[in-house]
Each structure stands twice: as C-alpha cells, then as structure tokens.
Design a protein around this ligand. Structure first.
Ligand SMILES: Cc1cc2nc3c(=O)[nH]c(=O)nc-3n(C[C@H](O)[C@H](O)[C@H](O)COP(=O)(O)O)c2cc1C
Length: 191
C-alpha cells in the first residue's frame, strides 16, 4: 500500500474481531514511536503496552467511545472489544511542545499498525486518574491518551462533509462508519 492509500484507508475503528494483535505489530507500534519526529529530538513520549487479556479487560470501563453516537451504536459490545491498548504518556520533566510530539507519535503508531491490517481508535476521553493508578504511571510521567487496537469488525470510509452531515460521523445501514471530511478546496488555498 502506498502512503496515500494507507492514509486514505486508515480510519478510526470501534468494533473488533476477538483475535490477538501479534507481537510483531506491537513491536512496530513501539518502533513507530521511537522513530517519530519531535521538537529538539528530546523524545519525551512513553508507552505502556497493555496486551494481557485480563489487563485489557480492566481498561475497558475506563475509556469512552464515540461521543457522536448513542452508546448502543458506538460502544463496542463484549464480543467486539479491542484486544490491545497502548497508554501514551509524556515525560513532563523534558521541556518542549509535548502535545505536538504526542500527536505525531499517535499518527505514526496508528499508521504502522494499519499497514499490517490492525485498526485503532485514539482515545482522549479517558478516566485519567483511574488509568494512572491502574497502569502504575508515576511523576514525572503523565498519561495523555489511550489507543485501542485490534482487527476491525466493520468498515469505515470517508464521505463529503455537507450542511446535513456536519462533522459528525455516523453509521450506515451496514453499521459501517461514515466519516465526513471537508473538501480540499475548503482546507487549502494556493497563494
Ligand atoms: C486527539 C483525539 C482524541 C480522540 N478521542 C476519542 C475518544 O475518546 N473516543 C473515541 O471513540 N474516538 C476518539 N477519537 C477518534 C475521533 O473521533 C476520530 O479520529 C474522528 O472522528 C475522525 O475519524 P477518522 O479517524 O476515521 O478520520 C479521537 C481522535 C483524536 C485524534
């Protein structure tokens, strides 16, 4: 897959097959972080890999899915849950633009996984105090995001963003995700 094909097909997934994410994909996710660009090459982003089924189960109630959908549509059911979580932390003892560094790392990690068919959902709506305790995260590290990973059990594609759609993703008649994206003309201009 070319990089543009990868970008076009990598969407957010919220229902997954109950099949473990292989170790080589976990290693790719870690390597994608390690290779990421970051301000002054300070490398302040850290991960905790949560891949044991019993630990994954403990994370599930501490993340919130699909704010634009009612829970019965957007929250994965027991047999649709992700099989891997990665906690993304920032080492706050390292100065710099940690938010930008984290964003680049999130993009790289989710693309690396998708290159091997593993879908993901970046999750900012998380119970940070409870997850910090559960995952044993200590100062100066600070939890920023969870990322859910797994083999997708649905399709997801982009649709034109119109007055009717707005920015809210929705499910079609097959329960596949439709994600409205603005046109190229709207987001960029040539001088
Ligand atoms: C910073 C950030 C935080 C997000 N937080 C959540 C979240 O808490 N729960 C969720 O279900 N999706 C979350 N998402 C996924 C977005 O809803 C999704 O990326 C967006 O709807 C666009 O869909 P796409 O990734 O398929 O292009 C988050 C994405 C980003 C980049």
């Amino acid at each position: 897959m070319s990089v543009m094909e990868l970008l076009a097909s990598r969407r957010t997934y919220r229902r997954f097959e109950q099949k473990a994410v292989p170790q080589d994909v976990v290693e790719d996710i870690i390597e994608a972080l390690r290779l990421s660009s970051c301000g002054a090459n300070r490398q302040a982003v850290r991960l905790v890999v949560v891949n044991r089924p019993e630990d994954v189960a403990r994370v599930q109630p501490l993340v919130k899915w699909a704010a634009y959908l009612p829970p019965e549509q957007g929250t994965p059911k027991a047999d649709e849950l992700p099989t891997l979580y990665v906690a993304v932390m920032q080492d706050t003892s390292i100065p710099g633009d940690l938010a930008t560094d984290t964003g680049i790392a999130l993009a790289n990690m989710t693309l690396a996984a998708w290159a091997k068919g593993v879908g993901s959902c970046i999750m900012g709506a998380i119970n940070k105090p409870a997850l910090t305790r559960l995952l044993g995260i200590e100062e100066p590290q600070k939890l920023a995001f969870m990322v859910a990973f797994g083999y997708p059990a649905h399709k997801a594609g982009i649709v034109p963003l119109t007055e009717q759609t707005g920015v809210k993703y929705y499910l079609d008649e097959h329960r596949d995700y439709c994600v409205p994206k603005r046109s190229r003309e709207e987001i960029a201009r040539y001088l």
